[in-house]
Each structure stands twice: as C-alpha cells, then as structure tokens.
Unconditional design. Structure first.
Ligand code: ATP
Length: 460
C-alpha cells in the first residue's frame, strides 16, 4: 500500500486534502492523472449501464434533499448508525464490527471485559467501553438561521434521489417495469474509522443502479445483476483471483436489504467489499409512499393473464459501488514492480521499474509523443506537430526531458498505452515508432495514417 500511496502522490493521482494545512480527516483530492482516471472509471460504468443495457435511464439528483427523505429511508434512526467503541486508555474509536472480527496482534492481548466490547483496544490493549450507536449522516443548515427547522443532511447514499423521482421518471419517459435508473454522484458519511487510503473516506462518489421490477422477478434479477457486475470488473482487467462474491447473512445485512451480496477485492490490506448488490424489496417505495402520502405503486395495465390489472410496489435490485474504492482496486491490481528493469540496458539494470498495467479504457494518458532527443530542433518541431495533430482525438502527453529509456519508464509508471517516438528516420520517411506498453514491441507507422491506426489501438 505504501508504494501505491507514494506513486499516487508522486505522479499526481491522489493528494491528501488541504495538505498545506496538515490534511483533513480522511478527505482526498484527485490530481491531474487521478481526475482523468476517475472520469474513465465513471465513463466505463455509465456506458455499461446506459448503452450496453436496455431500459436504463440516467439521473443527476441533488446532494441536498428534504430532510423527510432521510426519515423515510431509515437513515435518521438506528438503521444507519455504526456501533462505536472507545478505548478508555488511549480514547481511540473503533467500529464494533472491526473489533469483533480482528485478531489482535500477539503483543496486544485481547482483554475480555464484562459488558464491554468483548476484546481489548487493538492499538494499546486498553479497556473498551460498551458499543453505542453513532449516526453517520453529516448535518448542515439550509437558509440563514442555524436552527432545528433548517437542519438537513448531506446525502449518505445517492439512491434516495432516484426513489423520490420514481414518479417523475415514470411519467416523463413511458418506461414500463422492469427498468433501471443509473446515477453517479457524491455521498458523505461521517465514518468513525476512515482508513486504508481512499478505501474508506468521508466524501466519496457512488455509482448506483436501481432496477425496478415485479416482486416475483426480484430473486432472478438479483443473480443476473450480481454476475453482470462481476463480469464488468473482469472485462476491465481485474484478476480473477483477486475478486470474490460473499452472500451476506441476515444479521449482517443493511436495514433495507432482503438479500445482499458483496463483491470483494483482495487489497494489499486484505479482502474487502468494493460493491454491494442488494434486494431492497419494497422498503424504499413503500416508506416514501407512507411519509409523503403520494401513491408510489406501479399500475400495470397489461398483466400476464391479460385480464387482472395489477397495482403494486415494484421491488428494487440495487448495485452500489464507490468510485474511489474501485480506483484503489484498479491501481492495486495494475501495479507491478520489475526488479532489474524491463529492458536489460546498462542504465536500467540496477533499478526497480514500475509498470502500471491498467486497462486501456482506464489509463489516464493514451498516447505519449516523444522526440528521440531534444537538442535537435527538427525532431522537436516534428514531434510537436504530431502532438498538436493528435490532441483533439486522444488524451496525449508530450515529453522531451531525459533519455528515451527514462521517458518510456515514466510513461509505463502512469499506464500510458502507447509511446510514439520521432527519430531521424521520421524526418525522411514521415513515420514514427509506436511502442506498446505491455509487450514493448515497436512498429513503424506512417504519420498520414496515424490517427486511424491509433483509433484501432486505444479506443474501446
Ligand atoms: P462498508 O461496510 O465498507 O462501510 P457499506 O456496506 O456501508 O460499506 P453501502 O452502504 O452498501 O456500503 O455502499 C455501497 C458502496 O459504496 C460500498 O460498496 C463502497 O464501494 C462505497 N462506500 C461506502 N462507504 C464508503 C466510504 N466511506 N468510502 C468510500 N466508499 C464507500
């Protein structure tokens, strides 16, 4: 993990938030390469949902909503609270769930206390106080007066915006059950123990699909969406052995879930959830109906028998994933160190080279343009012309600093798919060398045919 954190900072993927002020409570900023990669992840998901499936529409609901939404959803009651334990000695706080599952380090023996959390503090071995509920919603005020009536919350999950727009979507699109609504947006949780870099943070982005279906279809669709989502990760290059599914037993499920499966990834710090697949039943629509007094049942004029018209609360299958969490999974999966270097040139032999083997869809930079040397004006001029020609078509980078070997390594480290080198031959033949990141194979391509050639190589 340290290596990934260090690469992220050094090359501009992820920075700690407000770093000049010492950072801020597990918040992070995405740098110049990070924002490109993050957008690529979101675009891949959006394309998968909206273009590759039928009957899914998009939505972009606001972060702030009427606070009644959060009463209806159960987020203001115990439903959305983590159990928190505190150490009497060092005053660190932990999620009770973590303490129960954690094997304490041998030098920190577990202390079993009567009425306590059942184990000692994982930091200092001290006594832990009894678990108590801690709500994760972040409060804010709307309007000029900070009073109770003006209190609302930053959304803790994006899906509520979809449920409260269910009728609007139905009435404005002519969609019929079953159909889906996809949304990407910020969510906020006042996590007790944010940790593991961007794995658990307080401000993050969720990509959620809510699939509305007939109650009888829900089980089948749950399995369908689970396998669709697993395949999405595999298609984007995640190694099979680093991915697994876990059916969540009833007592560990979220308050709204009739059935829940977690997709887990094998991070450097262990197996952890990256995405949740939930059968939410009619929890959301029936509760919003009750609280808003709007009838959110679906009227089906053409039932299977053709005679009995049905009115019912659609059941919801949800797929929910955090962008930053899978950003970290993709980075970890792609990260490779090659001792002694990939090319056994004298310059490289003693070094460890980093290769980031991200899928080309996710790689922040698709093409780097490099003049072979920078002290030859004609080469630099031609390379800059090629760069300007490609820029409108691909995310490109121009680099002339350092030896060509060093520049290839700099690009390998940030997952650049192809390196284009302009050499002395290029001036005569009007062509250039294209080097593939993964195979390091080089081929010469005419500049006149370059755009078409690259389209076949880096486009989806
Ligand atoms: P966890 O048990 O890890 O807190 P959760 O079960 O509460 O997660 P859900 O409410 O199902 O998570 O949220 C769906 C997804 O949103 C998670 O699988 C994860 O990818 C993402 N997510 C949730 N909380 C965070 C967070 N604090 N930081 C980053 N991503 C998050």
């Amino acid at each position: 993990m340290e290596k990934i954190v260090s690469l992220s900072k050094r090359r501009g993927f992820i920075f700690p938030s407000s770093e000049i002020y010492g950072g801020f409570g597990s918040c992070y900023d995405f740098g110049p390469l990070g924002v490109l990669m993050k957008n690529n992840i979101k675009n891949a998901w959006w394309k998968e949902m909206i273009q590759n499936h039928n009957d899914i529409v998009g939505l972009d609901a606001g972060i702030l909503m009427n606070p009644k939404v959060w009463q209806a959803s159960g987020h203001l009651t115990a439903g959305f609270a983590d159990e928190l334990v505190e150490c009497k000695k060092c005053h660190k706080r932990f999620r009770a769930e973590e303490i129960k599952t954690k094997n304490p380090a041998p030098h920190r023996p577990a202390l079993l206390q009567k009425g306590g959390a059942g184990a000692g503090c994982p930091e200092c071995g001290g006594e832990l106080i009894k678990p108590r509920k801690f709500n994760l919603m972040m409060k804010t005020f709307v309007g000029p007066v900070e009073e109770k009536a003006a209190t609302t919350y930053l959304r803790a999950e994006t899906c509520q915006g979809i449920y409260v727009n269910f009728l609007n979507i139905l009435n404005s699109t002519r969609l019929k059950i079953p159909f889906g609504v996809a949304q990407i947006g910020k969510a906020f949780r006042n996590e007790i123990t944010p940790r593991d870099f961007v794995y658990r943070i307080r401000e993050f982005e969720q990509m959620e699909l809510q699939w509305f279906c007939h109650p009888k279809e829900a089980d089948k669709l749950f399995d369908y969406w689970k396998s669709e989502r697993v395949n999405w990760y595999l298609d984007l290059g995640i190694k099979k052995e680093n991915l697994r599914e876990k059916e969540v037993p009833e007592k560990e499920r979220a308050h709204y879930a009739k059935r829940q499966a977690d997709i887990e990834y094998h991070f450097p710090f262990g197996w952890r959830e990256i995405e949740g697949i939930h059968n939410r039943g009619d929890w959301d629509l029936s509760n919003h109906s009750k609280f808003s007094k709007e009838d959110l049942r679906y009227f089906d004029p053409s039932t299977s028998s053709g005679q009995v018209k049905e009115k019912y609360f659609p059941h919801i299958i949800e797929t929910s994933v955090g962008v930053e969490r899978i950003f970290l999974a993709f980075l970890s999966d792609a990260y490779q160190e090659i001792k002694g270097g990939r090319t056994k040139t004298t310059e490289a032999t003693k070094e460890i080279e980093i290769l980031l083997k991200l899928d080309k869809k996710l790689a922040p930079i698709k093409v780097a343009v490099l003049p072979l040397v920078r002290n030859k004006l004609e080469l630099v001029k031609k390379a800059k012309e090629v760069y300007q020609m490609l820029k409108p078509h691909f995310v490109c980078q121009y680099d002339e600093l350092g030896s060509i070997g060093r520049r290839y390594r700099r690009q390998d480290e940030i997952a650049t798919v192809l390196c284009l080198t302009i050499d002395f031959e290029s001036l005569k033949q009007d062509d250039l060398t294209i080097r593939d990141r993964d195979t390091m194979k080089q081929e010469r391509v005419k500049i006149s045919n370059l755009i078409n050639f690259l389209k076949t190589k880096v486009e989806n």
